[in-house]
Design a protein around this ligand. Structure first.
Ligand code: ADP
Ligand code: MG
Length: 720
């Protein structure tokens, strides 16, 4: 086994850089060339047809058959002119990834290339192999994919990809996109009603998402020599390197040339696909990096993120690299997140979370700002559940990751504003030098435009003109988090609208009615606002005093999904039915169980078949050495001590693995998925993973480096 490691290390030096050529320094000349979006539709469709499509997209409406036929015909001509032979419905089942099934344009029966509107609009892939959480019994294996015209089609390789939703034969949704689209519609409607208090011209509000994607990069050969990385996407063993991130020299440092080539290469692919990637830099941990696109409408941004992940994986293999999106691949180092930067923007071009210099707009701002905080306060557990996955559990509350306690960071500026709005009916307006502004109502103090406070330890932070949901895991599909966030904000905005409307009907002046409700919201929700160090133990205690939950693991966090409150919320806005929520919960619990099972098996296998034999072989050498020393009359106490130490660890590992397997057998007999998930969490993961790992990692330090079978952290992580 050790030869795998050394072969891989040897090959590291043979690596030849892969030439990367930018097609044009003017990226605008090739940006989106593989996209069949609004612009291409406009160019290739008749004006009335294009108008129908555009309206349907804007108003979340269905597209009729003849329009679909026209779009399909135009898309086929466009795609074939670029070398496409196939088309596919591209969807996002609840596996977390994407799925596709290709059909050729060529119809052998007719002897020509064909692509009908009906094929664009709907397909019927076999749904039986995708998770359905019990919704789809095997005899109803059929499922449908249906075109989502709000996200542009794109050409990937030789295939025209059509973003679609995925539903079961009986109509229940089986994907992550469907509920997202419904939540986005809900937030559009609710936000628009509220925004119209201020500006009747506003007809729509669009939720925007900019997702900062963190990831690790390692050499492909080294990756493949670590069965745990291959099987589980994370290392289950590995002693921290002598130099980890304590030097803090990697963040924003110069990018290693091999990774730099890879970045340039995948960025070009992304640009062609219309993915607006913009920022690239080193992250905090060694070999950790980030890519961030410019924000877009949430649904499109999420499709782009899913596509980005795929592109990165494919391009990496050209460079003999592996990209690790798992949240916590290396113990003791930072994990990776996917910070979801989010805001609502009106069709009149106003970002509702941006304080501005006009008095009227600032009351709008304050309305959306406070309502969002209130929403997080009311539904913190649902937000927590929306980001709950097995691998994210390792990250939340660990090294530089936001804690599992949901709180909102708003900065001292906004804190002062809220304090004053809450307590006073009459606030003095200071005359500051530059960016001060009035809110137009006596009760409301000024806001400084440039809120410069930053807090890296908060799971949900206001960053000047947007909220940043930082707790989302790097491998997660943003749709789940975005569905929850947009849904809870939609609900709170609707409640707000109803309350204010009632007061207005009673004869209250509109702006006063608004401020009155906002003041109450601030009082009710201020518990969830926290500006201190989210990583500290004091915060854990303080949060407990405040009555905020700290739900540390996925099986328990997921309970919030099926609470009466959440079920009612999903149902009220038509986002998910009871049955769908229950099914999703089942799927996520099952996914959790499988992940623990896999990690546990990988651990057992590596420990018993690779680590223990290596340790025994080394120990045998030591025994010979000890005997030799003794024969020569030399003190062998030190060697004997090492032999004993190795024995202890071997025994600990063997006992640990044996007991862990027994636990798995016991738990597998439990019928109930929820009970099983809890048991896997408490009685397998919590009880044995660290215990076994601890001994393996100690052995790594004791056993001769030449014999050690697993590629070490220092070898994996210091790619140049
Ligand atoms: P920082 O986190 O330091 O503020 P950026 O300003 O570059 O970094 O923003 C990070 C991400 O947030 C980017 O993807 C950016 O496009 C996105 N973003 C910026 N403004 C908004 C907004 N109003 N709504 C949603 N996302 C936004
Ligand atoms: Mg950021």
């Amino acid at each position: 086994m050790a030869h795998l490691r050394f072969d891989a290390l040897k090959r590291l030096n043979d690596h030849q850089p892969v030439p990367v050529e930018l097609p044009d320094v003017n990226i605008s000349r090739f940006f989106g060339e593989n996209v069949f979006g609004p612009e291409q539709m406009k160019a290739n469709l008749s004006a009335p047809i294009y108008k129908q499509v555009a309206n349907a997209i804007k108003n979340h409406e269905k597209i009729d058959h003849s329009t679909a036929d026209a779009v399909a015909a135009a898309a086929k001509i466009w795609a074939m002119s670029k070398g496409a032979t196939h088309f596919t419905h591209w969807f996002q089942p609840m596996t977390g990834g994407t799925a596709e099934k290709h059909d050729s344009f060529f119809d052998a029966l007719a002897g020509i290339e064909k692509f009908k509107g009906s094929e664009l609009v709907q397909q019927e892939p076999d749904a039986s192999s995708f998770p359905s959480g019990g919704i789809r019994s095997t005899f109803e294996a059929r499922g449908y994919t249906a075109w989502d015209p709000t996200s542009p089609m794109f050409l990937y390789g030789k295939t025209l990809c059509i973003p679609t939703v995925f539903v079961s034969y009986t109509g229940e949704t089986l994907d992550t996109k469907s509920p997202l689209l419904k939540a986005l519609k809900a937030v559009d409607q609710a936000a628009t009603k509220v925004a119209q208090f201020f500006d009747k011209d506003i007809q729509h509000c669009t939720a925007s998402l900019g997702s900062e994607q963190e990831y690790f990069v390692v050499d492909e050969g080294l990756f493949n020599a670590r069965p745990d990385l291959v099987m589980a996407g994370r290392t289950v063993f590995g002693h921290a390197p002598a130099r980890g991130q304590q030097m803090e020299d990697h963040y924003f440092g110069s990018i290693p040339s091999r990774v730099y080539d890879f970045m340039k290469d995948f960025e070009i692919e992304c640009w062609k696909l219309g993915i607006p990637v913009r920022t690239r830099h080193n992250e905090v941990a060694p070999s950790q990096f980030e890519v961030a696109p410019l924000f877009e409408e949430v649904n499109v941004a999420n499709d782009h993120n899913q596509l980005l992940i795929d592109v990165m994986g494919r391009v990496a293999s050209r460079h003999k690299l592996k990209i690790i999106f798992t949240e916590k691949p290396f113990a003791g180092l930072n994990g990776s997140g996917k910070h979801n930067n989010w805001s609502l923007i009106t069709d009149t071009g106003v970002n509702l979370y941006a304080p501005s210099s006009s008095a009227r707009d600032n009351l709008i701002f304050l309305t959306f700002f406070v309502t969002t905080i209130k929403a997080v306060h009311e539904h913190a557990d649902l937000l927590r559940a929306s980001i709950a996955t097995y691998n994210n559990d390792y990250r939340l509350g660990a090294n530089e990751a936001p804690p599992a306690i949901m709180s909102v960071f708003i900065g001292s500026q906004m804190q002062n504003v809220l304090n004053e709005v809450e307590k006073s009916g009459n606030v003095k307006i200071e005359k500051g030098d530059n960016m001060y502004m009035k809110l137009g109502i006596d009760q409301i103090p000024e806001i400084i435009l440039d809120a410069t406070d930053r807090n890296r330890t908060s799971p949900f932070a206001f960053t000047g003109n947007k909220f940043e949901f930082r707790a989302v895991g790097s491998s997660d599909n943003c749709a789940t988090a975005m569905t929850a966030l947009n849904l809870i904000v939609a609900d709170q905005l609707e409640l707000f609208y109803n309350e204010v409307s009632k007061d207005i009907e009673k004869g209250e002046e509109k702006r006063l009615a608004i401020v009155k409700v906002l003041r109450r919201y601030i009082t009710e929700a201020k518990n969830v606002i926290f500006g201190g160090d989210g990583y500290s133990d004091e915060w854990v205690k303080e949060a407990e005093k405040r009555g905020l939950n700290n739900i540390k693991n996925t099986p328990r966090a997921l309970d919030a999904y099926t609470s009466k409150k959440s079920l009612a919320l999903f149902e009220k806005h038509g986002v998910l039915s009871h049955k769908e929520v229950e099914a999703r919960n089942e799927i996520r619990l099952e996914a959790y169980i499988k992940k623990v099972q896999i990690d546990s098996r990988v651990m057992g296998d590596l420990a018993l078949n690779h680590i223990v034999p290596t340790a025994i072989a080394y120990q045998t050498k030591l025994i010979a050495n000890a005997n030799g020393l003794k024969g020569l009359g030399i003190d062998n106490a030190a060697v004997v001590k090492t032999i004993e130490e190795i024995s202890r660890h071997i025994e600990n590992i063997k006992n640990g693995v044996r007991d862990m397997i027994e636990e798995r057998k016991r738990i597998n007999k439990l019928g109930d998925t929820h009970k099983k998930a809890i048991a896997y969490c408490d009685d397998v993961k919590e009880k044995y993973f660290d215990l076994i790992r601890d001994s393996v990692d100690k052995l790594e330090l004791l056993v001769d480096n030449e014999d050690w079978p697993l590629v070490k952290y220092r070898e994996l992580l210091f790619l140049r």
